[in-house]
Design a protein around this ligand. Sequence first.
Ligand SMILES: NC(=O)c1ccc[n+]([C@@H]2O[C@H](COP(=O)([O-])OP(=O)(O)OC[C@H]3O[C@@H](n4cnc5c(N)ncnc54)[C@H](OP(=O)(O)O)[C@@H]3O)[C@@H](O)[C@H]2O)c1
Length: 343
Amino acid sequence: MTSALLPPPRTPDPMDAPSLRWGVLAPGKIAHSFARALRARTGQQLQAVGSRSRERAEEFAREFGVAAAYGSYAEVVEDPDVDVVYVASPHSEHHEHALLALAAGKPVLVEKAFTRNAREAGEVVDAARHAGVFAMEAMWSRFLPHIDVARRCLEDGVLGDVRTVFADHGQALHPGGPQRLHDPALAGGALLDLGIYPISFAHLVLGSFTGVHASGVLAETGVDAQEAVTVVGPRGSLGVLGATMLAKTPTTASVCGTTARLEIEGDFYGYAARVRLVTPDGTVVDEFRSPEQEFGLHHEAVEVARCVGSMLESPLMPLSETVDIMTAMDDIRAQLGVRYPGE
Ligand SMILES: NC(=O)c1ccc[n+]([C@@H]2O[C@H](COP(=O)([O-])OP(=O)(O)OC[C@H]3O[C@@H](n4cnc5c(N)ncnc54)[C@H](OP(=O)(O)O)[C@@H]3O)[C@@H](O)[C@H]2O)c1
């Protein structure tokens, strides 16, 4: 039994971070959410936006008061007034766009999944290290207050020895959802868009995996529609994970230790999550409710702003972990028989 309570999050005030001038590449759905969150919750500046279409860039610039709108991504990274670049293109393009920013000497925040595969991820990491420039995967959940509560529970041994993690992420996105998700050429599928959340969470909790086992179902286009994944962690720990783009699932996570467990609900990976500390007999000992009721992407942005200038990677989302996670996803795709064109 545990007598401990949930530790409070250490998440700093997003308004306190140094103010950087951001350049946004690819003003699609998530770039809009990112810009809204920055405007609403931070002192970060939206300096430039680049699209394959100047009209789309200008529209985005008008909506968010961005100083410069370009009809190419190259112009953004070359803009001397841009301090840091946010890559918000589809998975298939991240490698090229991250390298573009790094070649211009610009720190870069790259949407999840970082790249299509571990080889590409390793090349981006090598380029960042060679240039001595900051890079980070935009796994926004890592920087949310409730995830820091979970992280502190692990650090403080609140749960005893962690044995098992359960986590799932399912959304009804196929058929009928964004075309990007169904297209192998854009590295679509449930895994890179949705499965990465439970996999990254299990990696955060358990550490490096020693085994990965997957079974799944493919969509008619050849991308993965859904998968069940077990990961084996250190000291006999196990993660039981799922992802689907065919149906909404509970999107919960549990972290089960020898003396207590955490139950995370309300989209375990999202801004409005709730964490409960539960004893083995089912008693709810404590509960943490996220203070965020909207937005969420601003926490990753201010993590970048705090790191740039003094660190080449974030201790909360290290590059080695990003590559490890991409390696696990390569393994899962190999077991499912999913290959993207040109791999
Ligand atoms: N953190 C989150 O909660 C979250 C949520 C959703 C998605 N994401 C991630 O964000 C990334 C983008 O997803 P999204 O939903 O924003 O996609 P989206 O709405 O399709 O936007 C992607 C943008 O990329 C640009 N682009 C560049 N090359 C392209 C190509 N070959 N085909 C199509 N578009 C191309 C397009 O902008 P221009 O043509 O105007 O340049 C497009 O609008 C993915 O990595 C995804 O996993 C993250």
